[in-house]
Design a protein around this ligand. Sequence first.
Ligand code: 5GP
Length: 179
Amino acid sequence: MRTTIQLRDKQFEILLPQAVIEERIKELAQEISRDYAGTCPIFLAILNGSFLFAAELLKAIPIECEITFLRVASYQATESTGKVTEVLGLKEDITDREVIILEDIIDTGLTMAAIREQLLAQHPKSLAIASLFQKPEALQTPVVIEYLGFELENKFVLGYGLDYDGLGRNLSDLYILCE
Ligand code: 5GP
């Protein structure tokens, strides 16, 4: 196992090995399976970053469920409206469904707050958030995370689905930026 890596101009060191991440994902899968037994929840995995988390979690969930994958587009609409976050690719009808959003990491929380608001407008029966990582110190808006993998310090991380400038999503451990 390599403990430090170089990607483009930056050096990263290992923070969480794959075995530790996947053990925690299994615990989350058990909690979710217990809480949602008999309800056939639909998981909405936010691309690109959550693809490994979603795959590992779903393999460990034995109850009946569905999964679909969404993208989030973030752009500056006008000076006055500020940044707009739009959920793309949801074809399934989530009205009256038990919905669980799968996210890689919650940083400021602004993306998740916007996603939540747009999904709530479609009147799901319930809406929960499962995030593999969170940086509590970076939070700028309150976000309740029903299923959280790990709290991290407020530094840039990559690996296990998360990228640096497009690279590193394939790394099976989580790395943190070296100062
Ligand atoms: P937020 O709106 O919570 O600030 O940002 C959420 C998104 O920013 C995440 O889904 C992720 O794509 C990206 N992000 C936030 N922190 C990190 C990080 O430390 N590393 C990487 N690779 N992406 C991050």
